[in-house]
Each structure stands twice: as C-alpha cells, then as structure tokens.
Design a protein around this ligand. Structure first.
Ligand code: ATP
Ligand code: MG
Length: 666
C-alpha cells in the first residue's frame, strides 16, 4: 500500500460506513477507489461482494486491471466493476418482468430509435418541418435524464413544440414497450422504477454486495443517485469520490448537488479532501486554477502541484481551422522524432464532433497512427446493424424492431403492403408480429410471394435457434447469413469491389467477436453477447487494428476524456461558439459555467505539455468567417475585462444566428 499520501491513506483505511472523497483533478481519487478495493479484499472481504461503478467502459476496464495488478491475478472471484448502464442491464434481465416487459427485452440502438421516432411522428401526423425525428429523440432523452415520464413531460411543456413532443413521447414509450424494447435512458429509469415498485427486488439486489464504490460521483443524475441509495441503504458501506469542478453532464440531468449533498444524506459520513495534484506540472495547475475561479458556485478547493513547474503551456493562433490542424499535426510529428515519445502519449481534445475531421485528414497525410474515440462506431455501420438484427430475432420472438429491419432485407418478396398488413393484424390481435409469421393462417389476403418469403425466413430463424441452443453461436451466424443470402446482397448493392470487401469484412469482424465471446465468456450465450454489444462493453476490431490503436494518438471529445491523463495535450478550437458551445453562449449563466468546467477538465488531462489553439477564421456554410476568441483564453491570461467584452460580442452574434439564416437561404 505504498504510494499514498496521508489523507489518501486515511480514505483507503476507512473500510466501513459512508465516505466521501471530494477533491480536485488529478489528486488521486480514482487511485483511492482502486487501492480501497484492494485493501477490502486483503482484509478478508470476498471480492464478489464488492461493487464499483464508473462512468465509461474504458474506466471500468482500467479499474479492473489496476485492482488485478494490486492483488495479483489469482483471485478466486473478482470484484464487480461496471458502468451504471451495464449494472442496470443485469438487474433488469433478472427482474424486468415485474414491470410488464419480457425478460428478453431488446436494447434499442440509435438507428432503431430513429425509425421508431419517425413512425410515431407519422402516426400522429407531425411533419418533419415541425419536429424532426432527431429533435424528438433529443427531447425525449432530455426528459428521461431528468426522470420525467410522459405525463410529467406533458406537464412541464410550455410551448406547442414541446407539447407535441410530449405527446409523441407517450406513443414512443408505448410502442417501445409493445415491441419489448428499451432505450439507453430506460435502463436507468426502469431500474429506478423497479426498485421503487418492488421492495423485495431492491432488497435482493442490494443483498448481493456489502461494499459499493462510485467514481465520478459529480456526474450522477437523479436515477443513478436513487439507484445508488437503494443499493447502499442496508449495509451503508458507500464510498463516493468526485470533483464538483468537473461536473460536465448537466445537460444529461446530472446534478452537482448530489455530491455536495452527500454529507446531508449520510450524516455520519466521513469526508476526506485531497489537495495534492500528482498528474500535472505546476504551470498547468496554475492555469487550471486561474480558470476555474471564474465559476461562482463551487466548493472552494485547494489544488497544489506536487511536481515542478515544468514547461509553460502555450497558446497558439492560426489563420484558419485547416492550418490549425496542419500545424498541430506538424508539431506532433516533430515531437515523435524523440524516441522517448510514443504516439499514445499525445491527445488532441475538442469540444464538438465536427472538429476532428480536419485533424484526421492531416494525420492520415502524415501517416501517423491515431484513434478517434467515440466517432462513427462499428455498430453504426449498416452491415453490423443488419446482422445484429438477425441475431436479435434469433434471440427473441418479441423483437419487432429487428423483425421489421430484416423482414425484406435481403429482399424476399415481402413488400411494404404485406408488412403493413402484418403489423395491423398483430396490433389488432395484440400479439407480437412474429407469432403471425409462425401461424400464417391468421394472415388472410397475403400475396403468395410474401407468404413464401415469410415461410423461408421462419425456417431459417428456427433452424438458427436450434443451433444457438446447442451453443454453436458463430457457426449459427455464418449459416444464417449464408441462408438469407447476405453476401449476394452486398454484391448486388455495391458494384465497387473494394467497398464490397470492406463491408463484408465488417460482417466477418462481428462473427469473429461472437466466436471470441463463445471462447472467453464465463457464461456464453446469445443474449449475453447482444447485451455486451448494446452497452458497448465489447471491444471490437481485429488484433492488428487493436495493436495500432494501442499505440496511437488519441482524438476525443472533452466529455470522453474525463478521468484520463496524457503526457501531452492539444486542446483545439478555443473560440466562442465552440468552447463555449454556441448553445451555451445563447443560454448564458449555468451553461457557461459548465463549459468552463469542460475546459478545466481538458486542461487538467495534461501531465507535462499543454497547447491551446485558436483558428482566427472558420468555414461556415462555405464561407470563411472570423472567429471570436474564447472568453476562457482571456480568463486564463488574467484579462477578465477582455473576456467580458468578447463574451458580449459572441452573445450578440450568436443570438443573431447568422449561420441559421445562411442555412435557410441555402
Ligand atoms: P480525475 O479528477 O482527473 O479523475 P483523480 O483524482 O481520479 O483525477 P487519479 O487519476 O487517481 O486522479 O491520479 C492522477 C495521477 O496521479 C495518476 O497518474 C496517479 O497514479 C497519480 N497519483 C495519485 N496519487 C499518487 C501518490 N500518492 N503518489 C504518486 N502518484 C500518485
Ligand atoms: Mg479519476
């Protein structure tokens, strides 16, 4: 247990009762959590009685690894380290039937949600000009993260658009449930419902663990907060760690209040504060401290550097965003000439998903290895979504979303009319559509071609089910794809040979992943595999790809950089409208404070070197437009009066919405 300072040691030694570690960035909070898990095990607590919850899959994997290193790898059981979402999936699989959902519920992905939203809007005759499916989903997700059910949403809607969206939300939720599906936000919400409506379920789940530890507690939303409480109430051994200055999920309903309220919720809680930052050089800490004092509502904290001053962070400006990318990449290339520097030591952090494109193309030109975290994921590719839909249909009768996706793809003679008839009959009779596929007698007036097509699909799926039950998962998948003629379909759709190969490779990767699951998982099953996929707990890509990404320059958003650290960080695009984001500029107040915390998170990821960059102009709808330097730059430089001036200018420009007008003009 060496390598802990006295307050860290104190936290690690406090093994019972509620414990809060409230401390700034890089002070070793996550280290306390891992060491504390190790200490609990060493004191005789069975590893599987310990549950640790983190925010991202990456963080969960890292924690699992770090405890493994501390304990040696030969433990009989392992502590459970998971994200909130994967924890909830496990709970719901065991008990969701109490809420009237099938135990084999489907976790819908973004694509499924979009088609459902489109259908709902069509049903209630709302045109795309009034409310786009994407906007509806954003609204629904916003409500769900604030724990508002459809009726609550209706009550808080104070304009026509919200009102419509709330009505659509009710239908969306009903259709989702009828199709045996849940979306990502439901995982939390339904778990909370379950705990509230079924006392015995909560008790049963709570009794599985004697210790609960939560990292990044400042970012818990209402549901997460109540789930944690429900799980810890009995044993009261709850350790939470966090930093109110790094709360960056307000837009998803996280309330920084939860961490500040901890001592009130648990009056006998021990509170530990850490003040020494072990991560960053002194001058980086100085910069971070100078910035964050501009936030009014915060717990005053000390953040002291425990290392030397190091290199001063640089602030660089470039004529435009293309040059910004080119110069940053040129700097990186020069750095990499030093044999002591690895690509993985360097991160480029940005605020919005539009920013990385320029950097990606420069990195490609320079032939430097990079990974873009959280970009277009493997799972958004059409082939992956098709294959998964087939697998989900094999896994569950009730999965209507998947059935509709594959019912005529590849084409098997089941036209739009036939599909509509099938759905209408299913709704009339109140049965899952798949039951009608199984008993086509109940479907009068179906054209013979459609009838034949459905019969073939039925035979294929049933055979696949038998194979899956015998445990031959990857073999089943290959045979299934073969029988439905998926490869021929790809060949038909894409005349270009390269493209065909890439697309077919994607399918192969998925089958490989299924094979890996069969080989490695303690309890391999199709349901398990699909769960892992849905909540992103599975690492895809072949070995070669992984090796490259294992030592590559990291490109990621500030949101996903939380908790991580890199020797060298480039924080790019420090301009009004980007950081702070234009939505926050328009909203002012709290929203700007959250952007400032986001900037603070970015700065405090850097260990030795930090560069902030600003392009002086950026293309907007085909024209270069002058940028306004981010107010945060001036705050960092101690020129608050300039910050205010530029903030005002940004607000004027952004409320004028020049680019919205430009878009309307086309
Ligand atoms: P964040 O707020 O960004 O999540 P954190 O508070 O969780 O940061 P850690 O990631 O646990 O901080 O630690 C930051 C770095 O400091 C890590 O590299 C960690 O190994 C190191 N560190 C923490 N405590 C000590 C210590 N007592 N001695 C030496 N190094 C330490
Ligand atoms: Mg941490």
């Amino acid at each position: 247990m060496s390598g802990l300072n006295p307050p860290q040691q104190d936290a690690v030694d406090t093994l019972r009762g509620p414990l809060l570690v409230l401390a700034g960035a890089g002070t070793g909070k996550t280290r306390v959590v891992t060491f504390r898990i190790a200490k609990l095990i060493r004191e005789g607590i069975k590893p599987d009685r310990i549950l640790a919850v983190t925010f991202t899959n990456k963080a969960a994997n890292e924690m699992q690894e770090r405890t493994g290193e501390l304990m040696g790898r030969n433990l009989k059981s392992k502590p459970q380290v998971s994200t909130f979402h994967s924890l909830c999936v496990k709970i719901l699989r065991r008990h969701i039937r109490h809420l009237g959902y099938p135990a084999k519920f489907t976790i819908c992905d973004r694509g499924d949600q979009e088609s459902l939203a489109r259908r709902v809007l069509r049903d209630i005759r709302v045109s795309g000009d009034t409310l786009r499916p994407g906007d509806l989903l954003a609204k629904i997700s916003g409500w769900k993260s604030r724990c508002l059910r459809p009726s609550d949403a209706l009550a808080v809607s104070d304009n026509d658009k919200d009102h419509l969206a709330a009505i659509a939300y009710r239908r969306y939720q009903a259709s989702l449930k009828a199709a045996g599906g849940v979306d990502f936000d439901d995982l939390l919400l339904l778990t909370e419902d379950l705990f509230e409506s079924c006392g015995e379920v909560r008790e049963q789940e709570a009794s599985l663990f004697d210790h609960l530890l939560v990292d990044e507690y400042q970012d818990t939303n209402g549901s997460q907060y109540r789930i944690v409480k429900g799980l810890a109430e009995g044993h009261r051994n709850l350790c939470v760690v966090g930093d109110d200055d790094q709360s960056i999920y307000g837009w998803r309903g996280a309330e920084v209040e939860h961490i500040l309220r901890f001592a009130r919720d648990w009056p006998d809680a021990k509170v530990v504060r850490l003040e020494d930052n072990y991560r960053s050089s002194g001058s980086i800490i100085e910069m971070a401290n100078r910035l964050i004092v501009f936030n009014s509502k915060r717990h005053d904290k000390v953040l002291r550097a425990s290392r030397g001053m190091g290199q001063k962070p640089q602030i660089l400006q470039f004529p435009n965003e293309t040059q910004e990318a080119a110069e940053v990449v040129a700097m990186i290339r020069r750095r990499l000439q030093d044999p002591a520097v690895d690509p993985r030591d360097i991160a480029i952090l940005f605020r919005t998903n539009e920013q990385p494109r320029a950097f990606e193309s420069e990195l490609r030109k320079a032939k430097l290895p990079y990974v873009l975290i959280g970009g277009m994921s493997f799972f958004d590719r059409k082939e992956v979504r098709d294959t998964l839909a087939y697998l989900r249909l094999v896994d569950s009768d009730d999965d209507e979303v998947s059935l509709l996706r594959v019912i005529n793809s590849p084409p098997r003679g089941v036209g739009q009319k036939a599909v509509e008839r099938l759905i209408a009959t299913a709704v009339d009779e109140g049965v899952p559509a798949w039951h009608l596929v199984r008993e086509p007698r109940r479907l009068p007036e179906l054209p013979p071609a459609a009838r034949k097509g459905l019969a073939r699909l039925l035979a294929t799926i049933e055979e696949a089910r038998r194979q899956a039950e015998n445990g031959a998962l990857s073999e089943m998948a290959m045979r299934l794809l073969d029988q439905v003629g998926y490869r021929q379909e790809i060949e038909r759709l894409y005349p270009d040979a390269n493209e065909r190969d890439t697309r077919w490779d994607t399918v192969e990767q998925l089958v490989n992943a299924l094979a890996a699951h069969e080989r490695d998982a303690t309890t391999a099953s199709l349901t398990h595999f699909l769960d892992e996929v849905a909540i992103g707990g599975n690492d895809f890509g072949d070995e070669k790809e992984k090796q490259i990404s294992g030592n590559a320059i990291v490109l990621m958003t500030l949101h996903s950089a939380k908790g991580l650290e890199f020797p060298e960080v480039f924080l790019v695009g420090l301009e009004e409208g980007i950081l702070p984001h234009h939505r926050s500029v328009a909203a002012e107040g709290e929203a700007i404070d959250e952007e400032r915390r986001l900037c603070y998170v970015g700065i405090t990821r850097a260990q030795e070197r930090l560069t902030l960059t600003l392009p002086l102009s950026r293309m907007k709808w085909g024209r270069p437009r002058d940028t306004i330097p981010s107010r945060f730059l001036f705050e960092i430089m101690g020129k608050a009066e300039h910050a205010a001036k530029y903030a005002k200018r940004a607000k004027n420009q952004i409320s004028g919405r020049p680019w919205k007008k430009a878009r309307k003009k086309g």
